[in-house]
Structures are given as C-alpha cells and as structure tokens.
Design a protein around this ligand. Structure first.
Ligand code: GAL
Length: 531
C-alpha cells in the first residue's frame, strides 16, 4: 500500500509486468560474482527521463535520480525520488542485470537495474510483487548537470506531518447528481500535457458532438504545476502560460474544467502538491474558474500512515473547496484505500477511485479486474460515485469488443465516464462506442443506482441495474476466451417478463419473451434495456 502512495497509483494491472517477463528475472538465477567492469558500468549519476523523449530533462517536476558510487567492491548510493531519499543497499552486480534494495520509508527489496550496452541508459524496476512494479528509464548525466537540474527544480515545503483537524461531516452539495462524464489528460499526454492540447480536446468535444452527448468535464491531470512564489501562491509551469485564459476558453464552449493536485507536498510525478497550502490552492483554483479538483494521495503516503490521517487530509481540502463558494466537484484519488466509499461524502467528495491506474500494464486485465472490484454499491448514489478510473476506449491494447465490454461495465457500475484517449484521432468506430445515446442514458440514469452482478456461471455473468423510469438495464458479460451462448431468464432474475427489450449496442428490439438467448463473443458484452 505504501508503495502505491509513494510511487503513485501503480495500477493493479502492472502486476502483469512481472509475469510478462518484462522484469529481468536474472537476479535469482545468476550467481556469478560482480566484476569490477560490471560495477564501473553503473557507477555515476543517473537522471530518470521520459521514455518517449529520453534526451530531455524532467519536464517540470522534481528530478528523480540515482547517484551510484563503487566503494569496497560494491555499489552504494541514493535513489532520490520526488524529494525523498532512499539509500541503496545490498547491490549485487551480475553480467545481465543488477539487484538492489532501497532502504528508507517504506523500504523496497529486490529491485532490478540493467544498463544498456552503450552505457548511456539504465532500465530500472522499482516496486514489489504485491502492488506492482514501475519501470523507469534513467540517462547518464554528469554530477554537475544533475546538481544544476536539481537547483532549478521546484522545491516542495511541508514534507513532514502537519496538524490534523478534528473529523467532522462536511456534507456534500449535489454537484454531481449523475456520474460525471468528460475527458482527462493523463492517459494520453501524461506530463506532456499543455495548453494547446487541452484547448484542442475541448474543440473536438464540441465539434464531434461529444459535449452534447454528455461529456462535459475537461480535466488537466498531473504536470501543469510550476513553483510557489514568495507568498506561497502556486503558479502553472511554462506549458500553461495563461491558466485563466485557458479555463475561459473552455467555458466559452459550454464545457466545465477540472484540475489536479495532491494532499502530499508532491504529486505522483514529482510536481508541487497542496500539503499545507490547501486553502490557498483552493482559492487559486476557484479564481481560475475550475469546476472539478482531482486530489491524488501520492506523496502524502510518505508522511501519513492511517485512515484517520488520510481522511483528515482529504477533509482539509474538502472544507477549503467549500469555503471558496464556487461549485467544485471533488474527485478523490486514493486508489480505494480504507473503505473510502464509507467516508468520501463526509470529506465533501463527490466521487472516489476504487483502485489503481487501469492504464498501467495489460489493459484487458485492468478491465477484467473491475468486475470484482467496483466499490460497495450501497455507497453509490447522486454525488457519491465509485470511480472505476479513466476510460481505455480508443487506446491501443484492447479489441473493439473489449472496448464495448469496458464501457458497458462502467455504465452498469454507475462509474464516472472520463475518456482518456486522444480525441483528435478518434476513429468512427471508437466514437460510435463512446457516443451511443442509449448506452449513455443507462450510465447517466438519474436514479443513480450502481448495478450489481445477479447471476454467474463460469466466465459469464449477468448484471442488472434498476433505472428511474421503472425499466431495468441488464448486461450479459462473457469474460472468457471463447464465445458463449447466454440466456436471460427474466423471472429467475426476479423481474417480470418485459413488454419490450432493446439491445442498446445494436439499437434494435429483440424478442420480449420469458427468456432471451444470445451469443456473446469472447470478452464481449450485450446490454439490454427491459421495460
Ligand atoms: C496517479 C493517478 C493517475 C494520475 C497520476 C498522475 O496516482 O492514479 O490517475 O493522476 O497519478 O501522476
């Protein structure tokens, strides 16, 4: 759990990394002693760089680095991560990869590193088998370069515990009567998000008709932050030259705008967080005109250890947002820890993530996982949404059938639907999935019921969701690798034999009889509306 906090929500899907053989499995198998040459190859200073642009320096967050020296025949040094130092211990050099431990809070054992043949880069895997492993790419730099980069980086303050308020129920204003829909920058841009790309997404939402289909929130995720000034006011980095202008531009297009921060001093990607500056930052966000805040635990996990502490840190920002007087949807992102559904509303939250990041690792695995991890349906309702994380529809790694299954599950689970794909290059097929009005209506149903699994046989399952007009949405899911014939027997599901049954993905009526049998493709879904 601590790893998740420190290293960001390393998705459950990342677990697949180890299994997929992406981690060098060498360390366990190899026993050859360290050669001086192997040690010399890793000694030096290493800067973690974006994999897609390895020659750049970190874009604006706190640099992450390794400083490695050879002492007494072994490698010693430090991993500097988002402002915290982790001394390296037990370095074991092997011809095809190195193993080491990170001490500090929390400690990480059996990490892996492997330098590229030319000695310029090093692949490093940090994490553990339980919550996932994050792969980093580091580039060799000189000590002088690293020192200069660190000097010019944002300096977070408040890196130790601050006083906690007494718990109280802030109550929640009904700003999200149905699950929020929109787009978020993280899945496609990560830290490269900038003013231009966000404006472009707003334009596409309008032009494509997606805004009118219901997608209203455009959220800037991690990577917009610059430095605090002498008065502590947080400013955007150079990629966002005019935040107010950007927000106005998006508002003028009939959309709402979201922003991102962390209750820790640092976000998951090393940008400045709101720890100790909550009231100030809430005012800044309100003054810029934001309508939603995604608040991501991240480095708060380096400081706080208990549910009481976590709840208090979320309460502080919840109260700060309410005090601005602006309607700001409060989106909690703490990966579903500590039964958040039972206290999310009390800290002023409107939605809360139920797990790690779907985008990391095997995408089908990430979707499939949500069948069993959706938060407690009893916690869900207007302005209280279990958030299954941003959408993977339109992102490489899933088939069209899997996109539909993903969308159907999120809809049945009354999750917010926050697109994560590059809307500018969305194919007509992808658009048809995310803009299907009958399907959207099920997700946006004003009764706000989170659907549940009502029948299960092997890899197939049936979910049902009661809708405001008295009809019922019924989804047939096939999680298996082969097609399956599935039957809905209305009475055995406790439902009357319907007068009309509509297949929403095909936008066509199907026979309204005592039961209905349909072939469901592998990893596929059928969504029916029975009235
Ligand atoms: C993760 C979060 C992601 C994204 C990322 C940004 O913790 O779960 O959705 O916001 O941080 O660094």
């Amino acid at each position: 759990m601590a790893l998740r906090n420190v290293f960001g929500a390393i998705g459950i899907a990342t677990l697949a990394l180890a299994g997929a053989g992406l981690m060098p499995a060498a360390a366990a198998a190899q026993t050859a002693p360290a050669t001086p040459a192997a040690l010399a190859g890793v000694a030096g200073d290493w800067l973690v760089v974006p994999r897609r642009t390895p020659d750049s320096i970190a874009i604006g967050g706190i640099p992450r680095s390794f400083r490695l020296t050879v002492e007494g025949g072994t490698v010693k040094g430090l991993f500097r991560f988002n402002g915290w130092d982790y001394p390296i211990a037990n370095w074991v050099a092997r011809p095809d990869g190195h193993a080491f431990d990170l001490t500090g809070k929390p400690p990480f054992v059996k990490m892996r590193a492997r330098a590229t043949a030319d000695g310029r880069f090093m692949d490093i895997w940090i994490g553990d088998e339980v919550v996932g492993v994050a792969p980093f790419l580091a580039r060799r730099v000189t000590a002088t370069e690293l020192a200069a980069i660190e000097r010019s980086a944002p300096r977070p303050d408040n890196m130790t515990k601050l006083p906690l308020p007494a718990p109280r129920d802030l109550g929640v204003r009904n700003l999200a009567p149905v699950p929020p829909m929109g787009w978020n920058s993280w899945n496609v841009f990560r830290e490269a998000v900038d003013d231009r790309s966000v404006r472009a997404m707003a334009d596409v939402l309008v032009r494509s008709g997606l805004r009118d289909a219901g997608y209203r929130y455009v959220t800037i995720d991690d990577g917009w932050q610059g430095q605090r000034d002498a008065a502590g006011v947080l400013h955007p980095n150079a990629k966002f030259p005019d935040m107010k202008g950007l927000v106005d531009y998006i508002h003028a297009r009939g959309l709402k705008v979201g922003i991102y921060s962390s209750p820790g001093p640092v976000t998951c990607t090393g940008y400045v967080g709101s720890h100790g500056h909550e009231a100030q930052d809430a005012k800044t966000f309100a003054a810029w005109g934001f309508d939603l805040l995604k608040y991501d635990w991240c480095s708060a996990g380096n400081i706080y250890d208990t549910r009481v502490e976590m709840q208090a840190r979320y309460q502080i920002m919840g109260a700060a947002l309410q005090a601005t007087g602006r309607d700001i949807v409060y989106s909690l992102c703490q990966y579903g820890l500590y039964d958040v559904g039972s206290w999310g509303n009390a800290v002023g939250g409107h939605m809360w993530r139920t797990g790690g990041d779907s985008i990391e690792g095997d995408l089908w695995h990430a979707v499939d996982y949500r069948f069993d991890h959706n938060g407690d349906a009893r916690d869900a309702g207007p302005s209280a949404w279990n958030d299954a994380d941003m959408m993977l529809v339109g992102i490489d790694g899933l088939t069209p059938e899997e996109y539909r299954t993903h969308y159907t599950l999120w809809t049945m689970a009354a999750s917010p639907i926050i697109l994560g794909n590059d809307l500018r290059v969305m194919t007509p097929a992808v658009k048809a999935i995310v803009a299907n009005p009958g399907v959207i209506a099920v997700g946006q149903d004003r009764a706000g019921v989170q659907g549940r699994r009502v029948a299960q046989a092997g890899a197939t399952e049936i979910w049902s969701k009661r809708l405001a007009d008295g009809s019922t949405a019924v989804a047939l899911f096939n999680r298996g690798a082969a097609p399956a014939a599935m039957t809905v027997d209305w009475r055995s599901l406790g439902l009357p034999v319907p007068k009309r049954v509509r297949d929403l993905w095909h936008d066509a009526d199907v026979p309204a009889a005592a039961d209905y049998t349909v072939q469901v493709p592998r990893h596929g879904a059928v969504l029916l509306r029975a009235s």
